[in-house]
Design a protein around this ligand. Structure first.
Ligand code: FE2
Length: 252
């Protein structure tokens, strides 16, 4: 089975990159299942119902989130009825679910979303403990984890912690694709970060001037999405039969 995992779709240009490149990527790689991280789809912060619906209409089966999961407030109204999952290590009272199982042909595929805690700021539960609890309940043919985190060390440590227990772990959140797609010693496929789908020449998707100003002055301002210019599309193709993970990176 071939599964396409698309890196964080960022804002207006991210949605446009999806429309522009996904049909060609589908033609080339012929994935059976497509999943994406969509937590930045709405101007960089959260995801609206219309963006979610468009992703579904383009052939995406499931959307994962991260630290911006609830930045678009109205997601609370539709997350429970959607194929959107949010990090499983939020408190139990938080709307939505942390993992979801999809049937494809005769196979079951469970996708789990977790968030790292290093340099992330949010007071979430320990993802290492939470994954143990989830894996006790899950008995699927294929298990994929989107680990949304900043620190490479935490992502790699987590991947080794679940090595041999799940099909693949892919990192999201940094918006820069890493050059370390590999098979871990016990067979789990891994990459530290998928990279992003959105503006090519922004600062992780945001406008350049405001971000340079932040680093120059030390003063934080609002993060505004870059809405003009070239685009990029990043992700990986996981082949569960060939036990391979290959990066996909398209720059306009
Ligand atoms: Fe994020």
């Amino acid at each position: 089975m071939r599964i396409l995992c698309i890196g964080d779709i960022y804002g207006t240009l991210g949605m446009q990159a999806l429309r522009d490149y996904l049909p060609k990527v589908k033609q080339t790689y012929k994935p059976h299942l497509i999943i994406t991280n969509g937590e930045n789809a709405h101007k960089g912060h959260g995801i609206t119902f219309s963006e979610y619906k468009e992703m579904m209409s383009l052939g995406i089966a499931l959307v994962t989130l991260g630290n911006h999961a609830f930045r678009y407030d109205k997601i609370r109204e539709f997350i429970d009825k959607s194929n959107i999952i949010r990090p499983a290590n939020y408190d139990i009272s938080v709307p939505g679910k942390g993992y979801q199982t999809i049937r494809f042909n005769e196979k079951t595929v469970t996708v789990i979303n977790l968030m790292g805690r290093i340099f992330m700021g949010d007071p979430l539960d320990n993802p290492f403990k939470v994954i143990d609890e989830i894996l006790e309940k899950v008995n699927s043919d294929i298990v994929l984890i989107d680990f949304h985190g900043e620190a490479t060390s935490e992502k790699i440590a987590f991947a080794h912690y679940v090595d041999g227990k799940v099909t693949a772990v892919f990192g999201t959140h940094t918006h820069v694709q890493t050059n370390d797609a590999m098979t871990l010693p016990k067979g789990t496929l891994y990459i530290t970060d998928l990279g992003m789908t959105g503006p090519l020449h922004g600062i992780l998707g945001a406008q350049v001037e405001s971000q340079i100003n932040k680093f120059f002055t030390g003063m934080r301002g609002p993060v505004k999405e870059l809405t003009e210019g070239k685009k990029q599309f990043n992700g990986v193709l996981i082949d569960t039969d060939l036990k391979k993970i290959d990066t996909i990176s398209i720059r306009e």
